[in-house]
Design a protein around this ligand. Structure first.
Ligand SMILES: [Zn+2]
Length: 437
């Protein structure tokens, strides 16, 4: 009888608790779902609107109204597969616009994928669907804007389609922005509204000019994506931290493709929708292709001396655009899966030996943390150390003054937050040096 009981017990033993699904495997499933043909269809459909100038027609097949309808329909097509978590709508704002010298209405098309555990934490991915030709005020003649920025808008729509089928703890906003070409007015209104509502935006990505791989020198540049990030002071703003999360996402999840940091806010004389979010204190980055061709951007479609001008779909590399979409999906999935980053990190050196003491508030729901560090001259994290117990840790044999250290949260599935770094030492400022922003 005893033997029989033992056998019964063995048969009912459920065995060890199965390991939670690894984030690495889940992201692989997401990336395989990206369809390059969807990206191409969206770009061509946006170009077929003729112009998407903010003051162009809101009725009929030509103009910004047709573009808004098409984007809204594409995002709404994702609602059915989202388990009731995706909602889609338009957000209109009236803004007094200095560039156009009048009040204009901008209309952002927004899809919101509600988070399952921590819906108040928000990640935003955007591209701007408005376009201009050689005359920024011309609302009637063609302004195809295939690369600037139907390419980024197509990435937003496809990322929404792929990500909306899966639950994520944090909320994702997919936004097709209006009015970027008229002074970032669509994103400006959105970022201000989020800030006024006290929204907890932990990251914003804009994809702007992300589809051309043929440089003006005739060479092909298709192995990486540039990532711009603002910083008011030093090299470790929250935006720079987000940028470093992007380099990691590409390295870990997108084979043979890099995100390369550019440690400045944007290109000379140019802006983008990430600036609107940085201005409101939210972490924000910009993705752009490696080498821009200025004969395409903001140019009337024409030919001079046998050379074509204008921003047409035949100059978009849709295979490359698929990789850009993969970087976005991997980064957004990881940030929205992971616990939030620690709210702050304080560091101190020890007096009797070379070591760094780190302290941070525990983050609920983490499986552990990763400490990272790099030389002050290095652009990106060089070392990582997993620690299971949180709150404090001593890193031995490191000189506090020679490195930047940080900490990120690690979830049960292995997903990682962006890094929280301590403020730079401000001794100079305390001695009355000019405040340097
Ligand atoms: Zn643009």
């Amino acid at each position: 009888v005893i033997a029989l009981l033992a056998l019964t017990f063995l048969a009912q033993d459920p065995g060890p608790t199965p390991a939670p699904p690894r984030f690495q495997d889940q992201v692989g499933t997401l990336l395989r779902a990206i369809d390059q043909q969807n990206l191409e269809r969206t770009v061509r459909a946006l170009v077929a609107c003729g112009t998407r100038h903010v003051l162009s027609a809101t009725e009929g097949a030509r103009g910004t109204g047709a573009a808004r309808d098409l984007l809204q329909q594409q995002l709404e097509a994702c609602v059915a597969g989202s388990g009731g978590r995706l909602s889609v709508g338009r957000e209109a704002y009236k803004v007094q616009n200095a560039r156009l010298g009048r009040e204009i209405e901008v209309v952002n098309v927004v899809a919101r994928l509600r988070g399952t555990n921590d819906p108040e934490r928000i990640y935003v991915v955007g591209g701007h669907y408005d376009s201009i030709n050689s005359d920024g005020r011309d609302a009637t003649r063609d302004a195809p804007g295939a690369n600037d920025d139907a390419s980024g808008t197509a990435v937003v729509v496809e990322a929404c389609r792929v990500l909306s089928r899966h639950p994520f703890p944090a909320t994702l906003l997919f936004v097709c922005y209006d009015g970027e070409e008229q002074g970032l007015v669509g994103s400006g209104a959105h970022a201000k509204a989020l800030a006024a509502a006290g929204a907890r935006v932990d990251g914003m990505i804009t994809n702007d000019i992300v589809g051309n791989t043929r440089g003006m020198d005739g060479k092909t540049y298709d192995g990486w994506l540039r990532c711009f990030s603002y910083s008011a002071r030093g090299n470790d703003s929250t935006s720079r931290s987000l940028a470093r999360a992007a380099t990691r996402a590409a390295r870990e999840h997108v084979a043979g493709f890099d995100v390369r940091l550019v440690l400045r806010g944007d290109r000379y004389g140019r802006g983008g929708d990430h600036r609107s979010f940085f201005n409101e204190g939210f972490p924000a980055i910009r993705f752009s292709e490696p080498r821009e061709d200025y004969s395409r951007q903001h140019k009337d479609v024409s030919e001079r001396d046998g050379k074509p001008y204008g921003d047409l779909p035949e100059f978009v590399d849709f295979g490359y655009l698929g990789k850009v979409c993969a970087v976005n999906v991997a980064l957004l999935a990881e940030l929205a899966s992971a616990p939030p980053p620690p709210s702050q990190l304080t560091v101190s050196g020890t007096r009797d030996r070379y070591a760094i003491d780190l302290r941070w508030p525990e983050v609920p729901g983490v499986a552990g943390y990763e400490l990272v560090w790099r030389l002050t001259t290095a652009p990106d994290w060089e070392h990582a150390l997993r620690v299971d117990a949180g709150g404090r840790h001593r890193l031995d044999e490191l000189g506090l003054d020679d490195v930047v250290v940080g900490v990120r949260s690690v979830g049960a599935d292995g997903s990682r937050s962006r890094v929280t770094a301590p403020p730079e030492p401000d001794a100079l400022q305390q001695r009355g040096a000019t405040r340097d922003r």
